[in-house]
Design a protein around this ligand. Structure first.
Ligand SMILES: [Zn+2]
Length: 500
């Protein structure tokens, strides 16, 4: 049995001005995927391990991954797409291919038109899968998806079976890959065809309102798990979509994959899950207290004064791991406006941080212990960011951090410590602060460009406050001037009536 695998993984924020290019991606080609790309945090790893343990021959194509960011450069996407297609054609010359199993995100968008269609009408994943389908028309095709996938008609048409993450924050990527591969193997082993039931719900939702540890997501996910216990059902997934992209396909989608003979059960499960989701629409709320930036800082200082520590403030409107630019300054301005209070804190106020290649490079060049004039902010996100001049002391620098080889700088300004990255890698990585010699638990107040706290921060947070700051991942969707989203849609049209 020969199975083609690989994947593209990117969540593209179309509100961000950044174009995500080749430098932002980590790309594994062919056997490199197996030699270097087997992180336990990738769904592709679950796919490969499962195929291998069943004795399948793996045809690795390309695995391209980047941290969420602005839409992807058309040239880079075409290059990766062509490499995947070329590898499929070559493999076909060597012998028959029995199936395809890909690791995808589902909300990757490419700059400009794609296959003659406007970017808001087609996802990169839909385009890629349609092209692969053209080369391998009859074979079973399954895919692992991120929970924030936006489902487009061409993707549904090309792929037979889908498995989406069931956790947010995403801690089940590996298991989701395993499921996608198991479905494919089950279909190949039994000769039974896969079928996917689809129900789109006219609703958008911010990730911070849909953590799976909290209600109503916890119960809705349980609903998926019980659907999966029904005869013939392979996978039941809730795909939340990605609200920081403007597309006519923005929606929450239920996908239930079954064998074809269980089609009616799959249709019924998809409808029932959609109805439960819709009925819960009013119950999706921020799990943590949420204020604008100034009130968030006031609440944080008050909490520290009461002895709570560490207190976290999420600069959620400029969350690079939701594709925002990482240099909006709403929260930084709120901190600078209250710098006297920050100076009175028992430890420095730690702010992680800013994506600013120029400031990071200047600090790395200046070296540790040097004083350096920088401006922070407003270089990419000129709508929500102002260029703020700061004379800082460089505390520590790191070159080539992590898989994306980012430069890092830790700088101080009065009683404020700021981390700066030279690449758009976000601030949720648990190794980032330790690489700068920082143990977050030693600080009383930590501001972080992140939405919900990643497990490494949640574990130690005495209090978590969400700042609904201005930026390209602004949490209050009603404030975002969408142009392409199909109306009516909840919550933009709160009184909309809908039945599946
Ligand atoms: Zn996601």
């Amino acid at each position: 049995m020969r199975i083609l695998t690989g994947g593209i993984n990117h969540e593209s924020n179309s509100l961000s001005p950044i174009i995500t290019g080749e430098d932002d991606f980590v790309v594994f080609r062919g056997n490199e995927i197996i030699a270097k790309g087997m992180s336990p945090e990738y769904s592709s790893t679950g796919i490969i391990q499962t195929l291998r343990s069943h004795g399948a021959e793996i045809i690795p194509t390309v695995l391209a991954r980047a941290v969420p960011n602005g839409v992807v450069s058309a040239a880079f996407y075409q290059k990766i797409k062509n490499e995947i297609l070329d590898r499929a054609r070559e493999a076909l010359k060597e012998g028959p291919i029995d199936g395809i199993c890909l690791a995808l995100h589902g909300s990757m968008k490419v700059q400009g038109d794609l296959s003659g269609k406007a970017a808001d009408e087609v996802s990169a994943e839909g385009d890629l899968c349609t092209a692969l389908r053209g080369i391998l028309p009859g074979v079973p095709f399954t895919a692992a998806l991120d929970m924030h996938a936006t489902i487009t008609p061409d993707l549904l048409e090309a792929v037979n079976g889908f498995a989406g993450y069931k956790t947010a924050p995403h801690t089940d990527c590996l298991e989701t890959g395993e499921k996608a591969a198991e479905m494919l193997l089950a279909s190949l082993g039994s000769g039974r065809k896969l079928y996917t039931a689809y129900t789109g719900i006219p609703m958008m939702i911010a990730g911070e309102k849909s953590e799976t540890a909290a209600e109503p997501m916890a119960s809705l996910i349980k609903g998926c798990l019980s659907a999966e216990k029904q005869d013939g059902i392979q996978a039941a997934s809730i795909l939340l979509g990605f609200p920081w992209a403007d597309s006519k396909y923005n929606a929450v989608t239920i996908l239930v994959t079954s064998f074809e003979e269980a089609k009616n059960t799959a249709d019924r499960c998809a409808r029932d899950l959609a109805l439960s989701f819709w009925r819960s629409r009013g119950d999706f709320t921020f799990r943590t207290e949420c204020y604008d930036s100034r009130r968030a800082m006031a609440a944080a200082y008050e909490a520290v004064a009461k002895g709570e520590r560490p207190v976290f403030v999420s600069d959620s409107g400029d969350n690079p791991t939701a594709g925002a630019a990482g240099d909006a300054t709403d929260l930084l301005e709120a901190i600078i406006a209250t710098m006297d209070q920050a100076d009175g804190l028992p430890t420095p106020l730690l702010y992680s941080g800013f994506y600013d290649a120029e400031a990071a490079a200047a600090c790395i060049r200046a070296g540790e212990n040097a004083a350096q004039d920088i401006t922070l902010g407003g270089r990419r996100d000129t709508v929500n960011g102002r260029k703020i001049p700061l004379r800082v002391q460089v505390k520590k620098t790191v070159r080539d951090f992590g898989p994306y080889k980012s430069g890092l700088a830790l700088v101080s300004y009065r009683n404020l410590l700021i981390t700066i990255t030279s690449k758009h890698i976000g601030f949720g990585d648990e190794d980032l602060l330790p690489a700068l010699g920082i143990n977050a638990g030693d600080y009383c107040l930590i501001a972080v460009k992140l939405g919900y706290l990643e497990p490494c921060f949640r574990r130690i947070a005495a209090r978590a406050i969400l700042a609904s700051s201005r930026g390209c991942s602004h949490e209050i969707l009603e404030n975002i001037p969408y142009k392409k989203v199909r109306r009516p849609i909840y919550p933009l049209d709160p009184d909309i009536d809908w039945t599946p």
